[in-house]
Design a protein around this ligand. Structure first.
Ligand SMILES: [Zn+2]
Length: 173
């Protein structure tokens, strides 16, 4: 199965609002499989959204079991048209993104979310996630609306870190 090319910031396609999935057909299934393969290609990668690969489609793949620390998780999840129905709490944690490979940032997110979506066969799913997996869900759903983690930080100077040095300061910000 092909591994997809991942767009990096500031690619304009990362800023598009993705279209809802309407047809749960072989094409969608193939895109889902390709996204899964692409996640597996990157060590420690826990999720991807279709628009990161140039497909403006509301489809995400997450797998919090691939995180370097063990966290409560449901393993591999493929969700089309995911929507956050409810969220509670707030906590800051460090996030990274395949589309911003040189940076990490401290981002405040809800600590638990209830999400409704549709699996690749068209069956509705509703789930509640907490902690790390909830953060991943929020991060990937943001991509469907063209939102990147750097949009969520309170200060680009204080909360964004270059991966190599770990020191604050985002070049060109
Ligand atoms: Zn991302």
């Amino acid at each position: 199965m092909p591994i997809l090319n991942v767009l990096t910031y500031p690619a304009e396609d990362l800023r598009r609002i993705s279209e809802p999935v309407k047809e749960f057909d072989a094409r969608l299934d193939q895109l889902a499989s390709n996204l899964v393969e692409t996640v597996l290609q990157f060590r420690g990668c826990v999720g991807i959204a279709a628009p990161q690969t140039g497909h403006a489609t509301r489809l995400i793949v997450i797998d919090a079991s691939r995180y370097r620390k063990p966290v409560p998780n449901r393993g591999l999840l493929v969700l089309a048209n995911p929507e956050i129905l409810a969220s509670t709490g707030s906590a800051v944690s460090r996030e990274g993104c395949l589309s911003l490979p040189d940076y990490t940032a401290n981002v405040a997110r809800a600590t638990a979310v209830t999400v409704r979506g549709v699996d690749r066969r068209g069956e509705q799913i509703e789930l509640t996630s907490e902690g790390f997996e909830a953060v991943v869900l929020q991060h990937e759903i943001d991509h469907l609306d063209g939102v990147l983690f750097i949009d969520r930080v309170s200060s680009l100077k204080r909360d964004v870190f270059r991966r190599k040095t770990g020191k604050p300061g985002k070049k060109g910000a």
